[in-house]
Design a protein around this ligand. Structure first.
Ligand code: UD1
Ligand code: MG
Length: 450
């Protein structure tokens, strides 16, 4: 629930040059949505009623994405460090009275629970940071005092050999009273190894004012930041692990979860069964007891209870598969409603269409929905039977219970319960094949004599 006295500042002004990409780093996707969208969702999940995303001047794309997601934006003119970036949000939050967290836009695995724990700890002590145990990476080191509160954070580059031995590391999340925070941020100096204004120096300034800083601990799995393509892939892998275990916990059956790819918004209800190597793009809902067999690809689709999809099926945006319907191998469904109990089991393309309840779509049936300029609709009535290898040239309507003979090309309406057949009439010549073989063999024998 969004609270008016909680805010978040999300730092995203880094240029992300190591990504070697025209796309800004925080707009690269993890589990189907931009990295920044994960952070915004987690901040919102922890109750942040206002979110300010700090961007570099050139990052117009990041600002428009953030605004579209309901966040505010600020510009850090020059990249002078994380502390300087956080204070760039001061004017946006000038009228804000409450607690804020500062966090990073390039850390897609931060959990709402971690942000919420930071808000809660701040309430008790006045300030909180998040720390985690890690071996040997170049993170800031967290020094504690006798009471287990924060003494100070020392950046790796500024740390002594002894300080570098410390395994408690700074995650980069800080919670503080907003008014106090901006006052301390204005007083930051840059007398350090990187000549930067460090966010991590804020707790020491607070301490001088008698404000203690609590340490919230979180696991290292949340800490994967993204600076390169390899780290993006690592974040994706970590996110997939998280999404798979959530699905398993929610009662989804997966024989090989490590081969199933999920999107952040994939909805899988209890007793859904997923085979190996299934890919869920964004916007998929699969309801109770439905089964998605191996090697299927789904995107923007709804699969109702008890339906069976795959193996090797493709559901594209707008596919709605009704209860108990069957979509089989090498069947592609796009923007089409397949009503309850209907079947398209082999080798078909069904696009811009309705397939009525209980209809049977034969192997190789194609809805010819596109004339090179526009898309047209195919309406197939309930209980209709479409024979194999039929082409349905849209716009066209097949009535309830109608029958289309195999191999037909249907371009005119077919009334309910009628038979439509466009196949050329069959001609059979008795004995022709035998005569043909005899003649050919004789010709060959004649030639070999010469
Ligand atoms: C920071 C922390 C370090 C912590 C680590 C965790 C500081 C000084 N150090 O180090 O203690 O262990 O994160 O990952 O905070 N950014 C801006 N403007 C700037 C500089 C950075 O917006 O001028 C943004 C970046 O886009 C990024 C985030 O702040 O999203 C963190 O910056 P980064 O340079 O990666 O900090 P680290 O050196 O990793
Ligand atoms: Mg970093």
């Amino acid at each position: 629930m969004a609270l008016s006295n909680r805010a978040a500042i999300v730092l995203a002004a880094g240029m992300g040059t190591r990504m070697k990409s025209a796309t800004p780093k925080v707009l690269h996707k993890v589990a189907g949505i931009p990295i920044l969208a994960h952070v915004l969702a987690a901040a919102r999940g922890a109750g942040a009623g206002r979110i300010v995303v700090v961007t570099a001047p050139a990052q117009e794309d990041v600002r428009s994405f953030a605004k579209a997601q309901g966040a505010e934006t600020a510009i850090q003119e020059r990249q002078l460090g994380t502390g300087d970036a956080a204070r760039a949000a001061a004017s946006a939050l000038a009228d804000f009275d409450g607690v804020l967290i500062v966090t990073y836009g390039d850390h897609p695995l931060f959990l709402a629970e971690t942000f919420a724990a930071s808000f809660a700890a701040q309430e008790k002590t006045g300030m909180a940071i998040v720390a985690f145990e890690s071996q040997g990476k170049a993170y800031g080191r967290v020094l504690t005092d006798a009471d287990g509160l924060l003494d100070r954070i020392v950046e790796y580059k500024d740390a002594s050999a002894a300080e570098r031995e410390i395994t408690l590391c700074n995650a980069g999340i800080l919670a503080a009273d907003a008014k106090e925070f901006f006052r301390w941020a204005a007083n930051l100096g840059n007398d350090n190894a990187q000549r930067e204004y460090y966010l991590t120096d804020i707790p020491a300034l607070a301490k001088k004012d008698g404000v203690a800083c609590a340490i919230v601990t979180a696991d290292e799995a949340q800490m994967q930041g993204v600076n390169s393509r390899a780290e993006l892939a690592a974040a994706e892998a970590a996110m997939q692990t998280r999404l798979r275990s959530r699905a398993l916990d929610a009662g989804v059956g997966m024989v090989a979860p490590e081969t199933v790819f999920l999107s952040a918004d994939t909805v899988l209800e209890e007793d859904v069964q997923i085979g190996p190597f299934v890919v869920f793009g964004p916007g998929v809902t699969v309801r109770k007891g439905a089964e998605i067999k191996s090697h299927s690809h789904l995107e923007g689709a709804v699969v109702e209870a008890g339906a069976i999809v795959g193996p090797f099926a493709r559901l594209r945006p707008g596919a709605q598969i009704g209860a108990g319907a069957h979509i089989g191998n090498f069947v592609e469904i796009k923007k089409a409603v397949v009503e309850a109990g209907a079947k398209a089991n082999h080798l078909s393309y069904i696009g811009d269409a309705r397939v009525g309840a209980g209809a049977n779509i034969g192997a190789g049936t194609i809805t010819c929905n596109y004339d090179g300029f526009d898309k047209h609709f195919t309406d197939i009535g309930a209980g209709a039977f479409i024979g194999s290898n039929s082409a349905l040239v849209a716009p066209v309507k097949i009535g309830d219970g109608a029958f289309v003979g195999a191999g037909s090309t249907i371009a005119k309406p077919v009334a309910g319960d009628a038979l439509a057949l466009t196949r050329a009439e069959q001609k059979t010549s008795p004995g022709w094949a035998k005569e043909f073989r005899t003649r050919k063999k004789a010709e060959r024998a004649e030639r070999s004599k010469k």
